[in-house]
Design a protein around this ligand. Structure first.
Ligand code: SF4
Length: 326
């Protein structure tokens, strides 16, 4: 059971913010944190999304809620318009709940999928309380960078059903260079470990997931050793049953200082990582093959458009228009 006392307890966390492992300590009622956000909830997109793994998107789509800002701010972020530039709008909790209610009603999405919610957890907890009062069976997904605070994860255990964490870097130097985050590998492994303790592994064969964890890894062009070591670390920590999503959709959206990152992944790079994953014996996997990436580029978002994901358009039934949702 949820209780209001807990929600207001969470709200105090904006006073001296340590919601993420940056722990920058800002009073977000008066200033922005490293994540770029104050204590005003800001949202960039609410709508069905078909670009997630099959048990998350299902037939009707995942009910995504893209929050503005990010505590990681990777230099290559596909969502840079919202994570770096801050495109989005302020919403009251009640307004967001109404939009999510409408999304569930009109689209019958299979879950409510909060994308990068960490820095707005005090708000999101209150949103979840109200959504669960109306839709007790709908799974709540936290779609996160992997750079989460274990203490905060323990506190929100009862609110989340599915975690979709990234494991971006095994290499501290690369994590420092691209995300100013030297402690990413160890912090992310601890965070994923806590997520698995809470929810277990996601059943990747179920048509619509209800609970569990699946770890995502995006292969970066020119950084194949980072990927190979990332898979090895995941294998050592969690074993070969760990559900994995291996992604090759990297698309340069911002000019990168490092030339290698201004191109897409080569097929031979993908195959080296893929082969290592097979050699380790991972079997609960979703793999995005490079030849599929052209289609996947339809899911590189443009948050200045009323439908940021072009790939969603052909999957939405005629007459449905997500413009109305935000
Ligand atoms: S959530 Fe934002 S303000 Fe809070 S600690 Fe992290 S970066 Fe700083």
């Amino acid at each position: 059971m949820f209780c209001k006392v807990k929600a207001s307890y969470f709200f105090k966390k904006y006073l001296y913010c340590k919601l993420c492992p940056r722990r920058c300590g800002k009073n977000r009622f008066f200033e922005k944190g490293y994540c770029g956000e104050t204590a005003h909830l800001r949202v960039a997109y609410v709508g069905p999304h078909f670009g997630e793994e099959p048990p998350i998107s299902g037939r009707n789509g995942s009910g995504t809620v893209f929050l503005v800002g990010c505590s990681l701010k990777c230099s290559f972020c596909q969502n840079w318009q919202i994570s770096h530039k801050g495109i989005g709008r302020k919403l009251k909790i009640k307004e967001l709940v109404e939009k999510i209610d409408r999304m569930i009603n009109e689209y019958q999405v299979h879950n409510v999928n909060f994308v990068t919610p960490d820095h707005f957890i005090p708000h999101i907890i209150q949103v979840i309380e109200q959504i669960k009062a109306n839709w007790p069976a709908i799974p709540i997904v936290f779609n996160v960078s992997g750079y989460q605070d274990v203490g905060i994860l323990k506190e929100i255990e009862e609110y989340v059903d599915i975690y979709l964490p990234d494991f971006k870097y095994s290499d501290k130097k690369l994590a420092t260079k691209l995300s100013s985050c030297p402690d990413y590998p160890s912090v992310a492994l601890d965070a994923i470990s806590e997520m698995i303790r809470q929810k277990g592994f996601l059943d990747i064969d179920s048509p619509v997931a209800k609970k569990g964890v699946i770890v995502r890894h995006l292969i970066l062009p020119g950084h194949i050793d980072n990927s190979i070591n990332a898979l090895s670390m995941l294998y050592v920590e969690f074993g070969k049953e760990l559900p994995l999503s291996l992604m090759s959709q990297y698309t340069p959206v911002l000019k990168q200082k490092e030339q290698e990152l201004n191109r897409q992944l080569k097929k031979e790079e993908f195959l080296r990582v893929y082969q290592h994953m097979l050699d380790l014996g991972f079997k609960n996997v979703f793999v995005q093959f490079p030849e599929e990436v052209e289609n996947e580029s339809a899911f590189v978002p443009d948050f200045t458009s009323s439908q940021p994901f072009k790939g969603n358009l052909k999957r939405l039934k005629k007459g449905f228009d997500t413009k109305q949702l935000l």
